[in-house]
Every structure is written in C-alpha cells, then in structure tokens.
Ligand binder design. Structure first.
Ligand code: NAD
Length: 509
C-alpha cells in the first residue's frame, strides 16, 4: 500500500489557527512549551508553561469557587455541563481537527473522541438529578439512618496525550455536577487541544451564569503535575497515564491522605476459541490492535489463540495487516496515523528487536513509512508477531501497534496466560460457546476491569465504569457509579424518639 503524505507544518499550523479562532482561544505565547504535531514531527508554536505562582493562584481560585459551587443545587450545576455539551456539538469538527493535529488520530477517531465528550456531558446532566443517597434500616425505634453524598473539593486532573480531550471531560463533567471544581494539567504533548477545551468550558460558564473559577488549566510538564499531587488543597488527584507515572503519584498523594484515582497502563488480551466467528473476530481484532496506531490504553496487545485455528486466523490477520493504509490521518482512506514521537518509534523497535532475539516471528508489518516525506514523524506499519511464550517483553506495555500472538490448548491455560501480566485493564473472548464465555466473565476468569465477549478490548461506551486492576491502578471513571469517587459520603443518624436509645443495646446513665 502507498501512504498519503501529511500536510505541511505550515498548512497544519493554519488549520490549527482556524480551529482555535473559531473556538475563541488566545494562545499564551512564551518560550518554554512547544506545541508540536506528530503528523510532521515539527513545532507549530511555542507557548508559555504555568509557573509555580500560576499553579498556586489556580488552586486558590478553584478552592474559593468550590465554597460556593458546592451549595449550588446539583441540577443547576448540570446546566453548566449541558451548555458545555452544546458547545462541543457546535465545535465538534474544530476540536477533532486539534486532536488529529496534536495526537495524530484519524479523522473518524478524532470525531469519536469529541462524541464521547458529548456523551459524558449528557450522562452528567442526567446524573445531576440522581446523586442518590439511601435510607438504611435502623436497629433503634424512632431513628432514621441515612447516607448522603456531598461535594468533595478541588479535583486535580492529570491526563495523557492519547485521549487529550475525552479523559478531561469524563472527569470534569462528572466532577462539576458533583459540586467539585477542577484544576487540569493536561499532557505537555497536547496543549492546543486543552486550551480549546478550557475555552469552551469558560464560555459555557459565562453563558450558564456559573463562576469561571470552577475550572482552571495549567499547561506544563510533570513538574506542574507534581504541584497538584503535593497540594493539600487538592482533595482528589485523578491521574491518567503510564504505570510509571502512577507509581510516583499514588504514594505521594497517599502520604498526605489525599485521594487518588489512577487510570494507568494496560496490556490487554483477547482469547480466540475454536468456535469463534472469525468473520466477526478478524475486523474486531484489527481495529483493537492497530486502531489509534496502537496508542490506546485499551489497545489489544496479546492474542491468545486456540492451536486448532491459529494458522487460519494468522493467515487472515496477516492479509488484513498487509492492506492497512498508514499515513496522513486527515485522509479519509487512512486507518493508521503516526506514532506520537520518535521516542515511541524507538520503543517499538526495541520491543520488536527483543522479541525477535527470543525467537519471535514477524508475520506482518513493521516497515517505516513516509520517512522521506516526513522525516521527523513516526509512521510505521502495525506489527503482528508470533511468540512461543509470554516473556518479559510481552508482559510489558509498549505503547505502539505490536500484537503478540500466543497459542493455547485448554481454556484454563488461556486464562492463566491472559491474567499472567502485571496490568489488568481490558480483555475479551471470542467464542460461540456460552459456557466458555461465562467462565471468562466469572470470578475465575478475566481479572480485568473490562471483560468483553465477541467484541474487542478497545472502544468502551461512557455508560459503564472505565478502569482496571493491578498495575492499571484500580480507578473507575465515567459511567455507572464512578461519580462516587468525586464525592464524600456522610452517614446520618437522626433520632425522633423521646428517649435516648444506644446502639448495640448499651446502657449508660
Ligand atoms: P505519561 O505517564 O508519560 O504522562 C501522563 C501525564 O502524567 C502527563 O500529563 C504527564 O505530564 C504527567 N506526569 C508524568 N509523570 C508525573 C509525575 N511524576 N507527577 C505528576 N504528573 C506526572 O503517559 P502518556 O505517554 O501521556 O500516555 C500513555 C500512557 O497512558 C500509557 O501507559 C497508557 O496506557 C496510559 N493511559 C491510560 C488510560 C486509562 O484510562 N487507564 C487512558 C489513557 C492512557
């Protein structure tokens, strides 16, 4: 397949300016934070990173705003989020352009990312009328026992480059209806997208009559993130990124008895059983493994295939991989855009070299593309590799499109391989055998936060809670009752009796 070359850096800069303009962003010009595009690997602008004084002022403003926002009725807080959702609908294309320019996503996935933001806004608006507590049966006559939920405080959101807008919205839409205020430290690789999100929320606040300080943006690298991690005015640190980042953040927040919500790396697998419908499985596997150029936390990285169907499936996958269009993500025919950086390409090459040295066999892909047209960019064909065992390199998350294929004979063996990695984010089984599917979903099956049947590991809907176990950090975000992480509960005992009655039958006086 030939690859379509990306637009020039000048053309991308002009396209970014058009989108930023339409959204109403003024760029904070400076000299210490480059905004670059992985499409060409070159700089678009140089911006200003937040200083310590900026961070302090942002946290103070968000804390002061919390004191009034927490008493604003939740359905009214929902009006702010509804307006944000409307602005996202209006600027869907502008924001998707920025996501493509900064994160390299193909157009349909960039639009999908903004759609996910709209969906979580709708969810949060509904939630603003459903922050239910409960009444609990009291053991004492004339007593009422209840659980109520209250706003928590300032939420510090730290986010990764690969979902530069959606992860912010999962946290922010829910935190705002819960009565919290937010300070956001986005990835240093995606400042333009975050400026656009921040501006849309500021416009929504103006139009909905909410205080603008309910949200503050701090651009910069990990040092700015560390300010949020260590500041006792930040009640919850919601951090999305690598397990390495989570290992640094989790203990620091815990040391000050803050709360953290960690959404870290994955090493997701799918089991393909002998009864699997391969017409369904093949496209699902290719999307999960090669989509977003393998740069989703839920990307399929390990395929555990029954020995009887391995050759057939591998042949079909290799044929599909050979046809994957790699290149300009703005081109409608492209399915695989660039990796985020040359460092990501190096990490991919290193993993492939290691696995080859262990006897791994490359079945498809692995060639660099567009090295002449865009030498500073990292376009590469997704790789399919057959491996004999789950070695250390297979057990690590390499944030690039490498799919390791392993084989199994019994379901017990497949589940042991599946769970035999440090991470626990997303998983699936392809089978038409209901018993196998139910075992996979049961307590003795997948140990992940997300377990699917006959659908790939990536592309979750916002209605369910999102997150994973083990080295993935244990956090849950987005739908279901993930909102409870953004609030504090209080247990209330109310006596309407005329005599004192003590719990557990204790008598006193
Ligand atoms: P990264 O860990 O390099 O950076 C993530 C964010 O953390 C950035 O904003 C960065 O500045 C900040 N950061 C890094 N070290 C920090 C520290 N010590 N203190 C405070 N902040 C710090 O991750 P990345 O390369 O941007 O993203 C890719 C990784 O994110 C992959 O491992 C992927 O699996 C993971 N990810 C997980 C989820 C999930 O929901 N589980 C979602 C998206 C991405």
């Amino acid at each position: 397949m030939t690859s379509t070359a990306p637009p020039t850096t000048d053309e991308l800069r002009a396209r970014a300016v058009t989108s930023l303009h339409s959204i109403g962003v003024t760029l904070p010009e400076g000299d210490d934070l480059p905004a670059r595009t992985p499409l060409t690997g070159e700089h678009l602008f140089v911006l200003a990173a937040a200083t310590d004084a900026d961070a302090d002022a942002a946290i103070a403003a968000a804390r002061a705003a919390f004191l009034t926002w927490r008493t604003t009725p939740a359905p009214r807080r929902g009006e702010l989020v509804r307006r944000l959702g409307e602005l996202l609908r209006e600027h869907k294309s502008d924001l998707a352009d920025l996501v493509t320019i900064e994160a390299g996503k193909i157009r349909s996935e960039a639009l999908g990312e903004v759609q996910e933001m709209i969906d979580i806004c709708d969810f949060a608006v509904g939630l603003s009328r459903q922050l239910y507590g409960r009444t609990i049966a009291s053991e004492r006559p004339g007593h009422r026992l209840a659980e109520t939920w209250h706003p928590l405080g300032v939420v510090g959101v730290i986010s990764a480059f690969n979902f530069p807008a959606a992860v912010w919205s999962w946290n922010t839409a829910v935190a705002l209806v819960c009565g919290d205020t937010v300070v956001w430290k986005p990835s240093e690789l995606t400042p333009l997208t975050s400026l656009a999100c921040d501006r849309l929320l500021a416009r929504a606040a103006e139009e909905a009559g909410a205080p603008s300080e309910v949200h503050r943006l701090l651009l910069g690298d990990r040092a700015v993130g560390e300010r949020l991690v260590d500041d006792p005015r930040i009640a919850l640190v919601s951090a999305t990124g690598s397990t390495r980042m989570g290992r640094a953040v989790g203990p620091r927040v815990a040391a000050r008895f803050g709360r953290s919500l960690l959404e870290l790396g994955g090493n997701n697998a799918a089991i393909v059983a002998p009864s699997a419908d391969l017409d369904l499985a093949v496209p699902a596997i290719v999307f999960a493994a090669a989509g977003t150029a393998g740069q989703r936390c839920t990307t399929l990285r390990r395929l555990i295939v029954h020995r009887d169907i391995a050759d057939t499936l591998i042949e079909r996958l290799a044929a599909a991989y050979a046809k994957l269009p790699v290149g300009d993500p703005f081109d409608d025919t492209t399915l695989v855009g660039p990796l985020i950086s040359a460092a990501a390409l190096d990490a991919m090459h290193e993993a492939v070299t290691r696995v080859q040295a262990e006897g791994g066999e490359i079945l498809a892909g692995g060639n660099r593309r567009l090295a002449g047209a865009a030498p500073a960019a990292a376009y590469i064909e997704p790789v399919l590799v057959r491996v004999a065992e789950q070695s250390d390199v297979v057990r690590e998350e390499t944030f690039a499109p490498i799919l390791y294929v392993l084989t199994y004979d019994t379901l017990d063996e497949a589940i042991a391989l599946h769970n035999g990695v440090p991470q626990g984010l997303s998983s699936s089984i392809f089978t038409r055998d209901q018993r196998e599917a139910e075992i996979f979903l049961s307590a003795e099956g997948s140990d992940c936060g997300i377990a699917n049947v006959n659908i790939g590991t990536s592309g979750a809907e916002i209605g369910g809670a999102f997150g994973g176990e083990k080295d993935t950090g244990g956090g849950r975000e987005s739908g279901s009752d993930a909102w409870k992480a953004y609030m504090r509960s209080a247990t209330n005992t109310v006596s309407y009796a005329t005599e004192l009655s003590l719990a557990q039958g204790v008598s006193f006086l």
